[in-house]
Design a protein around this ligand. Structure first.
Ligand SMILES: [Fe+2]
Ligand SMILES: [Fe+2]
Ligand SMILES: [Fe+2]
Ligand SMILES: [Fe+2]
Length: 407
């Protein structure tokens, strides 16, 4: 499958910013800024394009396990006795990514200090250079909000680095960073979009990947989404699995099935932009809360439409709450605008949601789910034929085995 892997990782990193902003107050685009500063620093070490690509991907993914870390509504804060879990699981999660080279410990050690006082108390010589670069870029952005470009902020960055050299950051690394990050260079970033800056420094790498590898990347993001709420555990995987089985039932060719799987696993990625209080509310949502929650489908569109070559996947994923009679969201499309795959995603999402336990209801049996869907079809909301096909395919074996990797 042909994929712009950096494009995918940077677009989906938006979902990671949201989690990190809730936990430690970073700004949106934090992951991109960390990736950007990492690439600039990596270039001062004469890293190759392949090394820079791997570094940028790990930098963008540095906190990918934060939803797992706080899964199930837990709020562990930054307790140093357990905070290292987000590093080890974050590294494990990216194990299947299609890197060019060895990225061992790039994420595991992204909180190690030069003086050995980091989360794992590693000495400087035990930590790969890439992990040190990510650490510096991460902490500079967390502490100084790099995107707020000004003469004053440059002084803040310099002060921060000076007061933490030798303790948090090795002296030679700080020097490398500052050879690129001069005041003149920093001020030249004012008003520039981080997306443009990043793509100038790191050209896109559209390549052919085996689907297994692409799926590995997408599954990490599906897991991040499923972990943000204890009530939707495995929802994205189950939708992806069921929509794939339906696509097989319809005789779609393998390439289409692969793309439908991705739409299924990412259909709720926009939930990452929704406040946790709403996602975790242990009761039915009020009208206002529900209207706010509806934005998630719009955010799915916003996030996925940034990925070149994902136009069909973006459509299928972001239209999963549209209704044939035009009462759905986010666009209020009607039947004439909704393809069979759009309708299929909508039906499978409803079937899956009905069959799952929620704080205000128990998961329903297959027959009850189909009864409700038939009623919706009779009201012109969803596709009647697909509803019958869902009945045919899932009445025998609705359950799926999914990964379950809460920590
Ligand atoms: Fe972290
Ligand atoms: Fe961070
Ligand atoms: Fe949804
Ligand atoms: Fe969903």
């Amino acid at each position: 499958m042909e994929v712009d892997m950096n494009g995918v990782i940077f677009a989906l990193s938006y979902a990671l910013d949201k989690v990190e902003s809730e936990l430690i107050g970073v700004d949106i685009d934090h992951a991109k800024w960390v990736a950007y500063m990492s690439v600039l620093t990596g270039k001062t070490y004469d890293m190759s394009f392949e090394q820079l690509s791997d570094l940028a991907a790990c930098a963008a993914m540095h906190d990918n396990a934060l939803t797992q870390y706080n899964a199930g509504g837990r709020d562990r804060g930054l307790d140093p006795s357990v905070f290292g879990l987000h590093c080890t699981f974050g590294q494990e999660n990216i194990a299947g990514f299609p890197f060019y080279g060895d990225t061992t410990d790039f994420i595991t050690y992204h909180h190690e200090n030069a003086d050995g006082t980091g989360l794992f108390h590693k000495n400087d010589n035990e930590v790969p250079l890439a992990a040190k670069i990510i650490h510096l870029a991460d902490m500079v952005d967390v502490s100084c909000k790099v995107k707020d470009v000004s003469v004053e902020n440059y002084k803040t960055i310099l002060n921060y680095l000076n007061s933490n050299t030798d303790q948090m950051f090795p002296r030679d690394l700080v020097q490398h960073f500052l050879t690129k990050f001069t005041e003149e260079f920093y001020l030249s970033l004012k008003g520039r979009s981080i997306k443009d800056l990043l793509s100038e420094e790191l050209p896109h790498n559209v390549r052919e990947y085996p689907f297994e590898q692409v799926r590995g990347v997408m599954n990490v993001f599906g897991q991040i989404v499923d972990c943000i709420s204890s009530f939707t555990r495995n929802h994205s995987f189950c939708v992806a699995d069921k929509v794939t089985r339906m696509a097989r039932f319809y005789g779609c060719d393998d390439q289409i099935i692969e793309r439908i799987y991705i739409a299924g696993v990412l259909h709720d990625i926009g939930k990452m932009a929704i406040n946790n209080d709403i996602l975790e509310k242990p009761a039915r949502l009020s009208e206002t809360e529900f209207a706010y929650m509806q934005n998630h489908a719009w955010y799915t569109y916003v996030i996925l439409s940034q990925i070149r070559g994902f136009e069909d996947i973006t459509e299928w994923a972001s239209l999963h709450h549209e209704k044939l009679n035009g009462t759905g969201y986010p666009f209020g499309k009607t039947g004439k605008d909704l393809s069979k795959t759009d309708r299929l995603l909508a039906c499978v999402d409803i079937y899956q949601a009905l069959s799952e336990d929620r704080p205000y209801k128990k998961g329903m049996e297959h027959t009850k789910c189909i009864d409700i869907m038939r009623d919706m079809a009779s009201k012109g909301l969803i596709d009647a034929e697909i509803t019958e096909d869902v009945n045919t395919v899932f009445k025998v074996a609705p359950e799926v085995t999914t990964s379950d990797r809460m920590i």
